[in-house]
Ligand binder design. Structure first.
Ligand code: JCF
Length: 680
């Protein structure tokens, strides 16, 4: 059926061909420019081609496709990001700080692989940016996501498409029909300086460093803003190995380049530890001359087969490590010391410093950790000190340079009363920290509790910043986390420096936060020593809140990784009337989460800790492990008093001895097989 009148048909067909040809040409020039770093035409010629394509597409909108190089910025602003469940978790890397750490890493790798020979590693600079995962299907970019907590990230496809070094279509042939690649989005030093200069001229907020600028840019709801930021990407791996890919990491990087995925230009093979250490030293020297910021190097075992054998430990690959550059140190003077009150009342001494520049950032505060540290390091007000800043961590005072005359410095002493609420300060024996005894009566503790509750990893109430929380508590509009959910528009809009739009955004964010998970909710309550991981364990184990209310310290210790101290904190928290009241109010305000299927602790071997040792004849250790885990058991690597059973195959060694010593029940293979049948 003709869409166009016949006489026009020829012209249209010609335009279509021309459009396709232009796209191919432009993509090829992108490849030469961004991947090979070796453009073959001038910028002006490139712009001309892009302009021509834009005009043709405007004339023939029927031929516009989403992977056309003109369609990078096109989408409308989002209201919020969708969540993306990573099929393969996005782990981070283990860190090494010394040569010995690297030597130990190499030894671990070789002993696990049972290899005497030197291992071939791939070395690369560690880009200081944000990790993203990008999925290509049939060569087309279909989705991009942030790391998030490693399991769930945010869908930032619209934003990633605006980054010119990200191919919208893979080049050439031979790529798997589904390819999920991982890389680091970063901002060059030059781009960062320029961006900040413009921001300064317009009186806008300045970014602290290129990493923060990159992170902020990929999380913009409006892709036009992201598109205006000087972002680049560098790809460093695939989400999971596949038989359709080369069997070495270096091979994968080579095909990446062929497919138009830029990789770091300083990737280098190194055989053995000494070569890795040499690479590190060479990169350290180059660091300041690179056009982007790096904070160390990354080493990866080159053989994919070896990578697979090594596997992961709590989402971190055993086959890779980040070797970080040392933190930067500068000298300055302590002008005063103040005490900050944290969420749990802990007092942290903070040094007010004569401001110094480190890596483009002014430092005027540094933590002194606690009184023990102050005494140990012999720090006084007025001392000249070395201050250290590493990445995003809080700067700290490392040591005193030279002790001044006693007459010119002042000793630092712990206050007797809380600087905020004037309650007594308590110091528990054997504990380094001193605490304000005011509890939630103390406005400082209340503010910190609310900040923790709203934070990204907790209830994720976007837009409810620290300054706003300070005001809400100071004006008594909010006394507990539950009060947040009864805030009215006028109350927020009347706060200092809060535009009506932001007030509405906060109300929307509060509404949105009501749908959460039990793990997040538990984490957000700020129970002492209950971090994200413990909160997850609790949620999975108990499945519902009411079960936790009545949990005894004893039953809490059955949860993996929870010992007597944490169990004590949890039980104490839930037995406190005040806490129960706030939880009831939160639920009444409409906070809810999907039901959790509790599977682990009502299985036949739930709560049982089992150690496997020696060689089994009828199944591999992995199979045995899986079978036992499916029955709810936990497999431990070493024998302790907590071990319930030791399964001993042939040639069992020291673990068997230890089990005998501790009187732990030992099963041989025969008994183990019977045990499995009886348990199922
Ligand atoms: O450059 C980086 N920041 C970087 C991060 C490089 C890598 O090769 C990475 C990484 C995080 C995880 N590789 C993994 C597996």
């Amino acid at each position: 059926m003709p869409i166009f009148p016949d006489k026009k048909k020829k012209e249209v067909m010609h335009a279509h061909e021309q459009i396709e040809r232009l796209r191919e040409e432009i993509n090829e020039h992108n490849y030469h420019y961004h991947v090979l770093d070796n453009p073959i035409i001038s910028d002006a010629e490139y712009d001309q081609k892009l302009q021509l394509l834009k005009e043709l597409e405007k004339q023939f909108p029927l031929f516009v496709t989403s992977d056309s190089p003109t369609q990078r910025v096109g989408a409308n602003p989002l209201k919020e990001f969708q969540q993306v469940q990573h099929e393969i978790p996005m782990g981070s890397l283990d860190n090494a700080f010394t040569e010995n750490d690297i030597i130990a890493f190499d030894q671990r790798v070789r002993s696990r692989l049972n290899l005497q020979d030197e291992i071939v590693y791939m070395c690369e600079p560690k880009m200081d940016g944000v990790a993203v995962s990008i999925r290509y299907e049939k060569g087309r970019l279909i989705r991009a996501a942030t790391r998030g907590d490693g399991e769930t990230g945010e869908d930032i496809t619209q934003n990633i498409r605006t980054i010119k070094t990200v191919p919208l279509r893979l080049r050439g042939k031979g790529y798997p029909s589904i390819l999920e690649v991982r890389g680091e989005v970063y901002m060059s030093k030059k781009g960062f300086d320029l961006l900040n200069k413009k921001a300064e001229e317009k009186g806008e907020k300045i970014f602290i460093n290129p990493r923060n600028a990159a992170a902020g840019s990929v999380r913009q709801l409006d892709p036009k803003i992201t598109g205006s930021r000087p972002l680049s990407i560098c790809f460093y791996g695939v989400a999971s190995p596949s038989p359709d890919l080369p069997f070495t990491h270096s091979g994968i990087l080579t095909v990446f380049k062929k497919w138009g995925l830029p990789v770091n230009a300083y990737e280098q093979e190194a055989k053995g530890v000494a070569a890795c250490l040499a690479y590190y030293n060479a990169m350290k020297k180059k660091r300041n001359n690179l056009p982007y910021e790096i904070d160390g190097i990354v080493l990866k075992v080159n053989s994919i087969e070896n990578q697979t054998q090594l596997g992961f430990i709590s989402k971190r690959p055993r086959w890779a490590i980040a070797y970080k550059f040392p933190a930067e140190e500068v000298m300055t003077t302590i002008e005063a010391v103040e005490f900050q009150v944290g969420r749990t009342g802990a007092l942290t001494p903070v040094a007010r410093l004569r401001p110094v520049f480190v890596h483009g950032v002014t430092i005027s505060n540094a933590t002194l950790h606690n009184m023990d540290e102050i005494h140990r390091k012999k720090i006084h007000v007025g001392d000249k000190v070395i201050v250290r800043r590493a990445g995003d961590v809080i700067p700290e005072v490392v040591r005193v340079v030279a002790h001044e005359e006693p007459s010119s410095v002042k000793a630092i002493s712990l206050p007797l009363y809380c600087p905020v609420c004037h309650s007594k300060i308590e110091q528990v024996e054997d504990e380094a920290v001193a605490r304000c005894s005011g509890g939630l009566f103390c406005p400082a503790q209340r503010k910190e509790a609310i900040k923790h509750f709203s934070s990204r990893r907790a209830m994720d109430i976007e837009g409810l910043g620290d300054k706003i929380i300070d005001q809400l508590v100071d004006t008594a509009l909010v006394n507990s986390v539950a009060d947040l959910y009864s805030l009215q528009f006028e109350q927020l809009a009347n706060l200092e420096r809060l535009a009506e739009k932001s007030a509405q955004n906060i109300l929307d964010a509060l509404q949105k936060s009501k749908k959460t998970t039990l793990a997040r909710f538990l984490f957000s309550l700020g129970i002492r020593e209950v971090g994200e991981a413990t909160a997850k364990q609790l949620a999975n184990y108990f499945g519902e809140l009411s079960a936790l209310f009545s949990a005894t310290e004893e039953s809490l210790q059955k949860v993996p990784d929870i010992g007597p101290v944490v169990a004590g904190h949890i039980a104490a928290f839930f037995s406190e009337k005040h806490n129960r009241k706030i939880i009831d109010e939160l639920i009444a305000a409409g906070i809810y989460w999907p039901k959790i299927m509790v599977t682990s602790h009502n299985l036949p071997l739930s709560g049982k800790i089992i150690v496997l040792t020696g060689t089994l004849q009828r199944m591999s250790r992995e199979e045995a492990k899986e079978k036992l885990e499916n029955l709810g058991a936990k497999i431990a690597g070493s024998v302790s008093r907590k071990t319930n059973y030791v399964i001993a195959g042939e040639d069992a060694g020291s673990k068997l001895e230890k089990a005998k010593e501790l009187g732990i029940e030992i099963l041989n293979e025969e008994q183990f097989l019977k045990f499995l049948t009886s348990a199922t």
